[in-house]
Write a protein that binds this ligand. Structure first.
Ligand SMILES: [Zn+2]
Length: 347
């Protein structure tokens, strides 16, 4: 397994997210990846590689150019509004919901911040673009490594995460969709059919929306039921894809409190669908916020279960790219995530 760790992830270090009427410290912190890398130091899995820079064209295979332009320049615009903003995070507070126009880009910065986002929990900071772009480079490099046959598997260990980000919006702590970038890069490198399996606690709404009308990339997500769990407005079982993509999206929502035995039944269902899709390559959107100790999620997986998940994924015998997504029990995150990678290597 090749390991691509984002060398610039600490540049994205949000101060606050909006939660129930108050600003609270961010759950998505640099310490998350630091714990993963520390665990990899204690228990080496795979070989470390440095990712080359990601070409803008690779980002545009997934994201809208005007969105990329906005993200890249957003911090400078935020500070230009008021130099005092340099000490604050940019958090959106207004959104164009049903009936508003999305095709006209407002000149007002706050309005554009809302146009390109869907929640107030995702702070945009001075280093957000640099960190997100370097993370995308990890995901694309991992896909290229696998596609070239240099390795059976590769992992993009990065933050901010990606699976909630769509073609032209950020949210859910995510800016660039690393899993989607990896899946598209695998397609562009010759894989005819790719499957994305999202095992994060939260529905991978960004990834689903990016491939919803396509038959070449199957998207499967196992997650907390959106009737009660974030991101709420997508992730139901009746979302099956549209047009050519009909039948190529599978959502497996599970109730809060789900234990591993039941979660694993859903994983087997997901992997059976991947086999039916006859995928040439697999992308795993790897969140470990399914852990029983996670502060913002409500499944009941134990640390040892992540070894089993790794082995179950390895049993697919597919070229596989992992992208690091959620996981907010920061201390346990290293053990849980590396357990998946080690289980995969053993499988
Ligand atoms: Zn999550």
């Amino acid at each position: 397994m090749l390991i691509y760790a984002n060398p610039h992830h600490t540049l994205h270090d949000g101060r606050h997210e909006m939660f129930r009427g108050r600003l609270v410290p961010c759950h998505e912190t640099p310490a998350r990846l630091d714990h993963v890398l520390a665990e990899l130091g204690r228990r080496p899995v795979g070989e470390r590689r440095e990712p080359p820079p990601v070409p803008r064209a690779a980002l545009e295979r997934v994201h809208a150019p005007r969105y990329l332009d906005f993200l890249q320049g957003a911090w400078d615009e935020w500070v230009a509004l008021d130099p005092a903003n340099a000490a604050l995070d940019a958090l959106p507070s207004t959104w164009p919901v049903r009936g508003f126009r999305h095709d006209v880009e407002p000149e007002n910065f706050a309005a554009r911040l809302g146009l390109y986002s869907y929640d107030a929990g995702t702070p945009l900071t001075a280093g957000t673009w640099a960190a997100a772009e370097a993370g995308a480079a990890c995901a694309v490099a991992a896909a290229h490594g696998v596609a070239a046959g240099a390795t059976r598997s590769a992992a993009a260990l990065t933050r901010p995460p990606g699976h909630h980000a769509g073609a032209d919006f950020f949210g859910g702590y995510c800016f660039l969709n690393n899993a989607a970038l990896a899946a598209q890069a695998l397609r562009d490198q010759g894989a005819q059919k790719v499957a994305v399996v999202d095992v994060d606690y939260h529905h991978g709404n960004g990834t689903q929306s990016l491939f919803y009308d396509r038959a070449d990339v199957l998207t499967v997500s196992i997650h907390g039921d959106p009737r009660t769990e974030y991101p709420f407005y997508l992730g139901h079982a009746d979302e099956r894809g549209e047009g050519e993509g009909f039948g190529h999206n599978l959502n497996l929502p599970l109730p809060a409190g789900t234990v591993f035995a039941d979660w694993r039944v859903a994983l087997q269902q997901a992997l059976k669908r991947v086999t039916e899709h006859r995928a040439d390559a697999l992308v795993v959107a790897l969140g470990v916020d399914t852990y029983e100790g996670d502060p913002i999620s409500r499944f009941r997986l134990a640390s040892a279960d992540y070894l089993t998940i790794g082995r179950d994924l390895a049993a697919m015998r597919l070229p596989t790219v992992f992208t690091m997504e959620g996981g907010y029990a920061v201390e346990a995150m290293g053990v849980n995530l590396v357990n998946v990678l080690e289980g995969f290597e053993q499988g």
